[in-house]
Ligand binder design. Sequence first.
Ligand SMILES: [Zn+2]
Length: 47
Amino acid sequence: MRYTCYYCQKGTETGHSITLYRDNGVEDRFEVLCNSCYSDWLLSLKG
Ligand SMILES: [Zn+2]
């Protein structure tokens, strides 16, 4: 199965699912990221 990355819109074989939160901290939805975008996302979590 192939996924489409939520950030770069490219197809990726390895999908990393993430949970997006609204401003009030409530779970909003799940998205799938490719490897490089997932790395960026992890970094952004750490600030
Ligand atoms: Zn990506």
